[in-house]
Design a protein around this ligand. Structure first.
Ligand SMILES: NC(=O)c1ccc[n+]([C@@H]2O[C@H](COP(=O)([O-])OP(=O)(O)OC[C@H]3O[C@@H](n4cnc5c(N)ncnc54)[C@H](O)[C@@H]3O)[C@@H](O)[C@H]2O)c1
Length: 249
């Protein structure tokens, strides 16, 4: 059992699917109360219902991460329901391919709004509650593509690189407040976001991962839980690569 998580309260964005949904079940299994936010209402409610049936404690709230007011409402729901907020996982994200020459202003702006501004707003809304709680932890889900480059994902690289650096800035802003802020950089994880890969591309990616397989969403959520726990008490501003060895090549 990880020290310092049982009885705490987490807000997870993008909780209706993939890595976010895995956070809801992994955190709830560790005795953390979960506020699960997403724009996909029915799917999010279903994730929460399954966790509650399994004995966890979770509520769903409608959350569009591009709206600061929606974030403030989600934090208020955490405080009203569970009396506090200790952890934030900024997980919601979208992926749209496109090179520098292909990228449209609309697609670029949408990626910035969701992947980058959404993370800023999440931290902005949650930090006052974490300060009130006497401390806490924030985990920002970036990507391996926030560390390494590739052709054809220019706006995704821009936003995920920004998340990595916003994490370090926020970590230093709150290092004296008992609040730790870290980023996770998943490699290729088996979730709906990669469903548009062709079988050939899927095989090529798998071939480039030393472990020879995609990651499971739970393998990201478990690192997140560790980063929130007291076992990670000396870790802040760090970028955790969870990539099956991809970056070691
Ligand atoms: N799957 C991977 O290989 C991989 C790799 C690196 C990083 N990531 C990152 O992990 C995070 C989770 O992605 P995933 O793989 O679970 O994908 P996913 O598509 O399964 O889940 C993303 C979730 O975010 C939600 N979302 C999208 N826009 C939103 C908005 N405006 N407000 C609130 N919620 C919104 C979606 O409804 C969905 O539930 C993302 O930030 C993604 O960039 C994923």
């Amino acid at each position: 059992m990880l020290r310092g998580v049982e009885g705490k309260v987490v807000l997870v964005s993008g909780a209706a699917s993939g890595i976010g949904a895995a956070h809801v079940s992994v955190f709830a299994s560790a005795g953390v109360k979960v506020v699960a936010g997403d724009v996909q209402i029915e799917k999010g409610q279903s994730v929460v219902a399954n966790v509650n049936i399994a004995g966890g404690e979770a509520i769903f709230c409608e959350l569009d991460v591009t709206s600061l007011a929606a974030w403030e409402s989600a934090v208020a729901q955490a405080r009203e329901t569970y009396g506090r907020l200790d952890f934030l996982v900024n997980n919601a994200g979208i992926y749209m391919p496109g090179s520098v020459l292909e990228e449209s202003p609309e697609s670029w702006q949408r990626m910035i709004d969701v992947n980058q501004t959404g993370v800023l707003y999440g931290m902005k809304a949650a930090l006052p509650a974490l300060l009130d709680a006497g401390g806490g932890a924030i985990v920002n889900i970036s990507s391996l593509y926030g560390i390494i480059g590739s052709p054809g994902s220019i706006s995704y690289h821009a936003t995920k690189g920004a998340v990595k650096m916003m994490t370090k800035g926020a970590a230093l802003e709150h290092v004296k407040d008992n609040i730790r802020v870290n980023s996770i950089h998943p490699g290729q994880i088996d979730t709906p976001i990669i469903a548009n890969l062709t079988p050939e591309a899927d095989a090529a990616i798998k071939a480039s991962i030393p472990m020879g397989r995609l990651g499971r969403p739970e393998e990201i959520a478990e690192v997140s839980l560790f980063l929130c726990s007291d076992m990670a008490s000396y870790i802040t501003g760090a970028e955790m690569r969870v990539d099956g060895g991809w970056c070691a090549t």
